[in-house]
Design a protein around this ligand. Structure first.
Ligand code: SAM
Length: 336
């Protein structure tokens, strides 16, 4: 085996789970209990995602992830990781999420450091417990808009406030984005773009759109509507889209949870008006971050198969894929 044990460099051992003291405060205990008992799976997915990031802390520095996740999700993901490690699994739980997060971070940073991107506004659709405004210095010139359901954004703000007021300075969050605006909206309603604009989004200003872990929770028509609304902005200003797509086989793994899929997002996006479309798969050179060294892990095996293949030739299991897409558009490109 290489100098990577189960996807993580050996010089970065897995830490034991140590819950932050603040999670045992009455207010955060009550908040997380309400999240578990009252939120639907869509909203809860925000905390599950945060748990994944919290437990891959050797590669993702997210100062708020543990607090956002809450004890139950932290313990559950921790147990899965422990089991995978004990079984010497080729893929450790959460690796896909870690790679996805790092891919979005790196592409966002590249977009903002390009000549057109400096000071661009950044819109996170289905922002959930994303803490980029507190962890990515490339956002220092950017206004960030976080769009999600009102209860998710409210819980998030409550947790950030609790961290800021904590006696433990270690928890104090430092905002690194120029500013952060939370926009309560439902992406399946027609008015989310108006709500964004009323909140200060400027349609003429360069924009980076982040759609991480959101499209496949929407129906086909809602997902396409969201993408069309963003594509229209390419006629007005420099626009960068970063989004992940599941293929059909990936959505069949949980058909009650996942809806929208696209086997060929690199064809869909140009048809909607985007240019410079680039598709990456988990494990590609720009999407492994040293975490997927084993050539026999699922992702590396998948990458070797043609994308049109629906089931593994070896064992007949579905070829579920997560595609990472970057695309752009600008008024110059649209008129040419
Ligand atoms: C899997 S989480 C991903 C969160 C975040 N992008 C991240 O990567 O940490 C999906 C998020 O999408 C939000 N979401 C799902 N459907 C939505 C809708 N129709 N309108 C607004 N937000 C939605 C959920 O509330 C949840 O926060």
């Amino acid at each position: 085996m290489s100098n990577h044990e189960n996807g993580l460099p050996n010089d970065k051992p897995w830490p034991e789970l140590k819950l932050p003291e603040l999670l045992s405060s009455d207010s955060l205990r009550a908040l997380h209990a309400a999240i578990e008992s009252e939120w639907d799976f869509l909203r809860r997915s925000a905390c599950q995602t945060a748990a994944g990031r919290a437990l891959w802390k050797q590669v993702i520095h997210d100062p708020l992830a543990e607090l956002f996740a809450g004890e139950t999700y932290l313990k559950s993901v921790y147990e899965k990781i422990k089991k995978d490690r004990l079984n010497n699994a080729r893929e450790i739980s959460g690796v896909i999420l870690a790679v996805r997060t790092l891919w979005f971070d790196s592409k966002l940073e590249a977009a903002l450091s390009s000549s057109d991107g400096g000071g661009a506004q950044v819109v996170l659709l289905g922002a959930g417990m994303d803490a980029r405004s507190y962890r990515l210095s490339c956002l220092k010139e950017s206004t960030v808009f976080e769009v999600d359901f009102p209860d998710v954004l409210h819980a998030k703000a409550t947790i950030v406030e609790a961290a800021a007021n904590s006696r433990n300075e270690h928890h104090h969050p430092t905002m690194v984005a120029k500013s952060l605006i939370r926009v309560a909206a439902d992406l399946t309603e027609d008015d989310w773009i108006e709500k964004l604009q009323i909140s200060g989004f400027e349609p003429e200003k360069s924009t980076v759109w982040i759609l991480e872990g959101i499209l496949y929770y929407l129906s086909h028509s809602h997902a396409i509507n969201v993408l069309k609304i963003i594509a229209e902005k390419c006629n007005i200003t420099n626009t960068v889209l970063l989004a992940d797509f599941m293929n059909r086989q990936a959505t069949t793994l949980s058909s009650s949870t996942f809806h929208f899929y696209c086997d060929w997002p690199d064809q869909l996006l140009p048809s909607l008006g985007f240019s410079d479309v680039k598709l990456s798969q988990i494990g590609d050179p720009d999407a492994h971050f040293g975490l997927l060294q084993d050539p026999l892990n699922l992702f590396n095996k998948l990458r070797k198969l043609p994308r049109s293949i629906q089931t593994h030739p070896d064992d007949g299991t579905p070829c579920g894929r997560l595609y990472l897409l970057q695309a752009s558009g600008s008024p110059n490109q649209s008129s040419s």
